[in-house]
Write a new protein. Structure first.
Lengths: 86, 232
């Protein structure tokens, strides 16, 4: 995943992040609507929590990876320009 | 991210995070204790304001100190630290959401503090004890308060608008529900009604807090990956 994302341009990272956030937000809203409808079903609550967890972790992984790559680029630029020594 | 967007983020997130069942319960107990003792109105007001001011002052002082510390950090270290804080914020959001599904499973307030809270809210009901209670209440939910303030300080530091006044604003927003409770109590609303409302909606409060922690964590990551604001 890191290799795939590292080839993206900044515009593509922006689009990917936006899609991840919008997708995750819509999924979470739908999941919590379903959760509130079936509040007394314990088995379903467990399943819904796992799905909520998966959605959150997926979006977080995408954002974290893109952030990590962006930070590495910044560090590389700083090292190349000699600013890291300051 | 402009100052208006940051203001909106702090106000909206602050309101969602301020709906904390623990702080509402402690403040309601303090008000119930003050009403039970039959204090004159001026003493009742002083007790409530002592609690609110000390609660907000501790959070403001902590936030301002962190803003100061973060402004001294090297920029490269700040970026790495922000990455870690965003992950911690998201993790805490998931823990808080788990509280929505199974309430009380992951409580960050130690059980040993309840006797101390009862002593200073009901038994010793005076302006001095109320101020001390505010400090205890703000520090009891140490984990959630620390993660919340750390996340906001990180956003403020990353956007290079490191003004400590944002932390004062956040602290004021965090006590807004308590001020509303105080006003409604003065207007004749019973404490039992407030506590019933708190009991009925405590799971929803945890859900909104949890989602806010996750949102803040995502916003930090969006700043770090260059989608929001500009880094270098």
């Amino acid at each position: 995943m890191i290799n795939a994302i590292s080839t993206l341009t900044s515009t593509e990272i922006l689009n990917l992040s936006t899609r991840a956030i919008i997708g995750a937000s819509i999924s979470l809203v739908l999941l919590f609507v379903i959760t509130s409808l079936f509040r007394k079903n314990v088995q379903l609550q467990r399943l819904l929590f796992i799905i909520v967890l998966a959605v959150i972790l997926f979006a977080t992984t995408v954002l974290f990876t893109t952030a990590l790559i962006h930070i590495q680029d910044i560090f590389a630029n700083l090292t190349n320009s000699g600013l890291m020594k300051l | 991210m402009s100052d208006i967007s940051l203001l909106t983020l702090i106000v909206v997130s602050g309101i969602l995070l301020s709906l904390n069942p623990f702080s509402i319960a402690v403040f309601s107990a303090l008000l119930a204790g003050a009403l039970g003792k039959g204090h004159p109105k001026s003493v009742f007001h002083t007790i409530a304001m002592s609690y609110l001011i000390s609660y907000a002052a501790l959070l403001t002082f902590f936030g301002m100190a962190l803003v100061g510390i973060f402004s001294l950090l090297p920029y490269t270290f700040l970026l790495s630290l922000s990455l870690a804080i965003s992950v911690i914020s998201i993790f805490w959001g998931i823990v808080t959401i788990a509280n929505f599904f199974w309430y009380g499973t992951f409580d960050d307030v130690p059980k040993s503090i309840y006797n101390v809270l009862h002593k200073y809210s009901v038994k010793k009901n005076s302006p001095g004890s109320a101020a001390y209670l505010g400090l205890i209440a703000a520090s009891s939910s140490f984990v959630s308060n620390t993660i919340m303030i750390l996340s906001f300080v990180t956003i403020v530091s990353l956007l290079k608008t490191g003004s400590p006044s944002w932390m004062l604003l956040l602290a004021i927003i965090l006590i807004i529900p308590l001020i509303i409770i105080l006003i409604s109590c003065l207007n004749g609303t019973k404490i039992s009604t407030i506590l019933k409302w708190k009991e009925d909606s405590k799971a929803i409060m945890r859900l909104s807090s949890g989602l806010t922690y996750i949102l803040i964590g995502w916003i930090i990551l969006l700043i770090l990956n260059g989608t929001i604001g500009s880094i270098l």
